[in-house]
Design a protein around this ligand. Structure first.
Ligand SMILES: Nc1ncnc2c1ncn2[C@@H]1O[C@H](COP(=O)(O)OP(=O)(O)OP(=O)(O)O)[C@@H](O)[C@H]1O
Length: 263
């Protein structure tokens, strides 16, 4: 029996505090290829917090993020947004950013324009949001450049600024700085810090404990598709209570079962 540690004093809610969560899962399972990849996940994410999803390679972090955004349907269980099932309107209140920046084959400005127009934002409001996004991403000087020729860091700043221009309530990010150098990583962290100050709830997959400390409030630690520990970043990283988190932080191999369990 593996340990499951919940710290209910923090934002990552145990079931009894789930009602405060803006986004929650209830008995979430995802099976594929005869394996259980997400295994009974029950989490809650409170508004305005920065939640880091951490764990070893293959733990199910990206899959959980996709389930939270409705990109993948669970085998069983629910994703709940403000107490109601995640629907199209709820998904529009979220924005997702991937590890590899997804930009359109057009200029930086046109990328912003396209995203805003798709949300029905036009005219002066759209122009104001475009200007704000360019400034926020520090890309004013590249507004007319094709987005595809930008560096990886610049493209990722664009995808985040484009997402934020749509004024999401929640931003979900899957290792957005995984392939970036320290300066580009810092620029992304600054963007996310500013978004958080503006009230955006952030949920981010990261492998980087330093990054979690710098910009995170809470951690959800996954192992083999199960949540084994949650709590405030400093508590989990300084004093992990689960074997899986202790081993990961100590750079040790932790195997509680061969891989994802057979169904
Ligand atoms: N839509 C899907 N259908 C089937 N299997 C999937 C799907 N998405 C992910 N998987 C599998 O689920 C497991 C967990 O993958 P996931 O990408 O979530 O891990 P991760 O924790 O994000 O790993 P990493 O740190 O290496 O990115 C993997 O074995 C992966 O192949």
């Amino acid at each position: 029996m593996r340990d499951v540690i919940f710290d209910i004093s923090t934002a990552v809610a145990a079931p009894q505090t789930r009602c405060e969560a803006v986004l929650a899962t209830r008995g979430l399972y995802f099976d594929a290829g005869g394996k259980r990849l997400i295994d009974g996940v029950d989490i809650g994410i409170r508004q305005g917090r920065r939640t880091m999803i951490m764990g070893a390679n293959g733990a199910g972090k990206s899959l959980l993020l996709r389930l939270l955004h409705g990109l993948v349907a669970p085998t069983r269980g629910d994703v709940v947004w403000h107490g109601r099932p995640l629907d199209r309107a709820a998904r529009q209140a979220q924005a997702m950013v991937f590890q590899r920046p997804v930009v359109l084959r057009r200029s930086v400005l046109a990328n912003l324009r396209f995203a805003l127009s798709a949300r029905g934002i036009r005219g002066a409001e759209r122009a104001a949001r475009e200007a704000e996004a360019l400034s926020r991403a520090r890309l004013d000087h590249l507004a007319r450049s094709p987005a595809r020729v930008l560096s990886g860091g610049e493209q990722q700043r664009l995808t985040i600024a484009r997402a934020l221009a749509c004024k999401p309530e929640m931003l979900l990010l899957d290792e957005p700085t995984a392939s970036l150098d320290p300066a580009s990583t810092q620029a992304i962290e600054t963007l996310l810090t500013e978004a958080h100050r503006d009230g955006v709830t952030i949920v981010m997959v990261t492998h980087d404990a330093g990054q979690a400390r710098r910009i995170g409030d809470d951690v959800i630690f996954l192992h083999d598709g199960r949540v084994v520990e949650t709590g405030a970043v400093t508590r989990v990283l300084d004093a992990p209570q689960s074997d899986a988190a202790s081993a990961w932080l100590g750079d040790r191999l932790y195997i509680s079962r061969s891989a994802h369990s057979e169904i």
